[in-house]
Design a binder for this molecule. Structure first.
Ligand SMILES: [Mg+2]
Length: 314
């Protein structure tokens, strides 16, 4: 019997994760799994996790929630890995809005795909999955992406709008509609200056509207801005958008349902590197895996030497 540790984020997907838990538990029974459930938003979560590693000894950890949940949980697991704990294989149950990581490993989100999601977690293929790292003052790991500039301003607006409608009858509006309004309003914001070094060599010096650094190929659930991104090649993919019109154009072209010959056209402002250093004289807005962080003047992004084991569909 396989042992599965299910880590939920009861605040993810506007709190609807708890409502879906009975369906998940029924599937755990169907797959004959020994399970333990922890909530990462509860006080004492990290102690409970260590207890679980020692007594329950899970063969797989299932992160239930959106990309923000995976971000938080993977950072906790990386902390314990550096402390010498053996971390089991990781699996994703995507209950967020974008679900970039899940889509990038071939999972389809949604209630009707739940059985396939659990099958991938317990009967799937364990593959290497790179983990990115943002150092300087931040020192955080990332599984999906990190971005600077306009993309972050839009995210800030989306979070503000989401908070504002939480206690109104409009709280059931889909996340993508709120995001769309945030894009329209966020485009008023300006640009920043920076230098970018890729593996120690100068690659760019000038103005930018947005810098995106991807570990996974899919961004914001629907966009493929770095078509060469692979999550297991030990490289990060950078996509530079110099101006607001370029930002809009890249998103239109990068819609993942666009024909591949439009989406995947070679772009000199896309590149790959093991280490990406971004230096600016101004504070650059920053987000990591969809979570807002304090603005930074410089940042170094790398891939950590030991990839994690990720369960993906056979
Ligand atoms: Mg890569």
């Amino acid at each position: 019997m396989k042992s599965l540790l299910c880590v939920i984020n009861k605040k993810a997907a506007n709190g609807s994760v708890l409502a879906r838990l009975p369906q998940l538990e029924a599937l755990f029974k169907e797959f004959n799994l020994k399970t333990q459930i922890l909530d990462l938003t509860e006080a004492g979560f990290e102690d409970a996790l260590v207890d679980c590693f020692e007594s329950f000894k899970p063969s797989v950890i299932l992160g239930v929630g959106g990309d923000g949940t995976q971000h938080s949980l993977v950072n906790t697991l990386e902390k314990f890995r550096t402390l010498g704990h053996k971390i089991p294989a990781y699996a994703i149950c995507p209950f967020g809005t974008g679900n970039d990581v899940a889509k990038s490993i071939g999972l389809r989100p949604g209630k009707r795909h739940l059985k396939k999601i659990i099958a991938a977690a317990v009967e799937g293929k364990a593959c290497d999955f790179d983990v990115g790292y943002v150092n300087e003052e931040i020192e955080r790991h990332f599984v999906d992406m990190t971005s600077f500039g306009l993309d972050v301003q839009i995210l800030k607006r989306r979070d503000t709008y989401t908070r504002k409608i939480m206690n109104t009858p409009f709280r059931f509006i889909h996340g993508y509609i709120i995001y769309f309004f945030a894009v329209l309003m966020g485009l008023k914001n300006s640009h920043w200056n920076c230098r970018i070094l890729l593996d120690g060599k100068e690659w760019y010096d000038g103005k930018f509207a947005c810098i995106m650094v991807n570990n996974c190929r899919i961004h914001a659930g629907e966009f493929d801005l770095t078509p060469n991104a692979l999550f297991d090649d030990g490289l990060l993919d950078i996509c530079l958008m110099k101006s607001r019109p370029a930002f809009m154009w890249r998103y239109i072209k990068g819609w993942r349902h666009m024909p591949a010959f439009i989406r995947e056209r070679k772009n000199p402002l896309n590149a790959q590197a093991k280490e990406i250093k971004i230096i600016s004289s101004e504070l650059m807005p920053l987000q990591i895996d969809g979570e807002l962080y304090p603005s930074l003047k410089s940042s170094t992004l790398t891939v950590i030497s030991e990839p994690m084991k990720m369960m993906r569909p056979q």
